[in-house]
Design a protein around this ligand. Structure first.
Ligand code: SF4
Length: 140
């Protein structure tokens, strides 16, 4: 049987090389990659595809109702929906600095804050857009 050629776009850098990937006799052949990173990307995509996630979580703070978060590494692509369910269930009850851990060991990675909630004003997200914290009446 003739091996199937898979087309994919390398997402390692902005060049976005178009890759043609063939698995034959247990070996993976990659063409179209401008560098070795593209070959490694294609091999991972076939054997164990992984991704990073960026999202937001709710908080209890009226001046900072949402804060941006990301994974501190890559998790298996097939676990992304379950990881997002865990992220969406969080309501953060403490102000964290950049890199502060919101959730530990979600399919092998931590979910960390990407904005410094301890800064004044806190760079928080309201309605999906980043903006300076809104003053509360007792701060006026
Ligand atoms: S193959 Fe290399 S140059 Fe091309 S997109 Fe991937 S990392 Fe960038």
């Amino acid at each position: 049987m003739k091996p199937t050629v898979q087309e994919m776009t390398c997402i390692v850098c902005p060049n976005g090389c178009r890759l043609q990937v063939v698995e034959k006799d247990g070996k993976i052949e990659v063409t179209g990659a401008t560098c070795k990173k593209g070959v490694a990307f294609a091999e991972n995509e076939l054997r164990n595809p992984t991704r990073s996630i960026a999202s937001t979580v709710k908080t209890i703070f009226p001046d900072c109702p949402y804060v941006s978060v990301k994974t501190d590494g890559e998790l298996p692509k097939g676990q992304i929906m379950q990881a997002m369910e865990q992220i969406n269930a969080v309501t953060l009850k403490e102000r964290l600095p950049i890199g502060g851990i919101v959730l530990e060991d979600v399919f092998g990675v931590n979910i960390v804050v990407t904005s410094d909630m301890t800064a004044t004003p806190a760079p928080c997200r309201i309605g999906g857009r980043e903006q300076a914290a809104v003053s509360s009446p007792d701060q006026a």
